[in-house]
Structure formats: C-alpha cells, structure tokens
Design a binder for this molecule. Sequence first.
Ligand code: ATP
Ligand code: MG
Length: 410
Amino acid sequence: MQDILPPDIYLWQKVESVAREVFSSYGFRELRLPVVESTSVFTRSIGENTDIVEKEMYTFMDKGDRSISLRPEGTASVVRCYVEKNLHTLPSPQKFCYSGPMFRYERPQSGRFRQFYQIGVEAFGDPNPRMDAEVIAMLRQCLQKLGLKEITFNVNSIGCPECRPVYREKLVDFFAGGLDRLCPDCNRRYHTNPLRILDCKVDRCVEMRKGAPRVTDYLCNECKEHFNKVLSLLDVLGISYLVNPDMVRGLDYYTRTTFEVTSSNLGAQNAVAAGGRYDRLVKEFGGPETPAIGFAIGMERIIELLKNSVAHDFPTPDVFIAAIGELAARESIVIADRLREKGFWIELGDDDASLKSQMRRADRLSSKYVFIIGEDEMNSGRLKWKKLSDSSQGEISMFEITDFLLQKSV
Ligand code: ATP
Ligand code: MG
C-alpha cells in the first residue's frame, strides 16, 4: 500500500479530470459506492475459482459476525447497487462510472499493490455491439487525451454459456496429456477453471499452451456475429487492435467481448486497463436479464506510463510576496488574501527573514513572480515585481495587481 504525494498527485488529478471529461461526453454518470461489501457480493460474481477470490481478498468478520470484504474490484459493487436500487427501472442504457481504491492481497511486486486505484465504467441494458465499440472508443479517447502512445488494444470473445462449454471440453482434452508440464496453479485450474490456464503468466504454461484450441474457433453463430460486428465498428473508428484468443480475463462473469489495453513501456505487469461484457451478472444478482459491459483503468500503471513517456509541467506558485518589516507584512497578507480569492496561488515570505533568504525560497518554489514590499513601497503605494524565469522586473501600483497578473496571463 502506498502513500501518494506531490508531485505525483498532479498526475493522478490529471488522469481523474481527463477521465471525468471524456466519460461525461459519453453520458456516463458517477456512482460512489462503499469500499466494503458482504463477501458474497464478490464470491458469487467474480467466481470461487479465480485468483481474486481464492487468494487475494481482504476478508474479515465484523462485530456482528458477518463476513465482509474490502472490494477487490468495482463491477460487482456496481451491479449490486444497480439491482438493489432498481436502476433497471430507468430507461436503458444506464451508464455509470466510478473511481477509488481496490484491495487485493497480492504478492508484492512491481506493478502490483495491495491497495490500488481504478477508474471504471459500466453500461447496462444494451446488447448491441455498438455499445462494445463505444466503450472501447471511450477508453481510447482517455488514453489519447493523456498523450499515451505505444498502447495495444487486445480484444477477444469468450463466448456465452451456449458455446463456451464446448470450447472448455476441447481445452481439457488438449491439456490432458501435459499436466506434468503445467504449474501447480494450472493443475488446479485444469479441474476447476481450465480457461484460466490461458491467462497464466508462468513461462512453461505459456509454452505449453501454444497450439491450444482457440476460443474464437468455437463461438456459436450469435457470438461470432456479435464479435465480428464489434471488430468492424472498431475498424470504422480507426482503432487498431489485436485479436488475442488467449485473453480470457481473470474473472468469471465475462461473456462475449473481452479486452485489455497493454503497453510495451511497462514491465511484466503490462495491462493498464481491462474490461468486457457481462450479460449474465445482473440476473445472477437477482435483477432482470440485463446485458452489460464495462472496463477499469489501473491508475498506478497509467501514472507510471505518464511519468515515463510524457513531459509534464507541474503547477508552481503564481506569486511569492517577500515583505520587509511589520507594516509590509500586514499589507502582504491582505494582498495575498485578495489574490487567492481570484484563484491565484500565492505564497508569503517569512518577514522575519532577510530579503535574500525570502528570494531563495521563492526560487526553490519556482514561483512565477515575486512581489517585493518594503517601507518605500508602502509609502509610494507601488510594489516591485520580478519574473524569475527571465529576471525581468518593474513596478506596479498596489491597486493594479490583479490586472497585472491577468495581463501577464499568469
Ligand atoms: P493482472 O493480470 O495484471 O493481474 P487483473 O486481470 O487481475 O490484472 P483486473 O481485475 O482486470 O486485473 O483489473 C483491471 C486493471 O487494474 C489491470 O489491468 C491493472 O491495470 C489494474 N490492477 C489490477 N490489479 C492490480 C494491482 N494489484 N495493483 C495495481 N494495479 C492493478
Ligand atoms: Mg490480478
């Protein structure tokens, strides 16, 4: 679990504001949900035989002897809320977004944290492949607006309860002869959840599964048609993608379209965002049959990419006011207050310190301007200004400060 401090925090805020802007232009509205839910919210949706539920959940008994868990992801809670608050009675589609911390008891390693943040979206009530394309396009727009390049859209379809069992059997047949070559986890997965073997990152499992049957060859006609339509809309939108039949995702609730955005500028944990369709989940939560699709962006990995691949200007103070003497100090706090009201970032020097040491601090803060107010300036009603980046300087009336700053477009 990590502390997030400046200057990184500015990148976090940037990602959040870009996402907010993009999501709202697609009509997604924010939900704020609890970080704790009944454990069953996650076990029944994510699936008993998944890494998250088997190994990664922070589960506790509360004082009322109820099993509760810190949320490991957002979709289950959103669906729980959608059903509980009868949001399905509103006109379809209903589109929501959320952001916040998620918790997984993972083995600590680069790119994996035990408290990490996701920004996610969920769209309910639209079975049309157009919605799949819209959601993927929205994700592309976020990443583009952040200036991220060298990212790949991996897409796949993992079928539906009609066609997936057929594929599952093919997969079981394929792996049956090579169990001794799979890792212990995959040996277990072979019995409980064989599709998950395709998701394993252990080298020998990656090697072993080369030549495994591909899910896209076993899709039923409806799923095939859906997938082809999604791909043709991505073509129309100019989104380049890679059909990746190994990408089955680590959660049980997905049906049909799944997708994952990867970056070549990250290490082993190279997925920055992931999502898919989950047409069965609302019904499993006791709601009416409601197709749905969503994705989540992993904040830490996006921030890492931003840090490595995009140049940033971090905010600095607009004005540092250096005051010399008691009277000037009293005046400067009033000036600062007035300017802050207008939205400028103002820092005050320590009037007990020398002008030189105040200037040093202004420099360290990279303030855009320094105002100097001493006894002379108090008498004349004019203050000295200095621009630190080019050392230009001058004088202005204390009554014209706001206009001065606006003119200089600070
Ligand atoms: P991975 O294959 O990387 O373990 P996942 O399939 O468990 O990912 P999802 O549950 O789909 O991940 O979460 C969506 C995104 O959230 C991931 O693509 C990743 O960017 C991020 N993410 C997931 N787990 C963590 C973690 N422990 N620490 C940081 N980010 C994470
Ligand atoms: Mg994981």
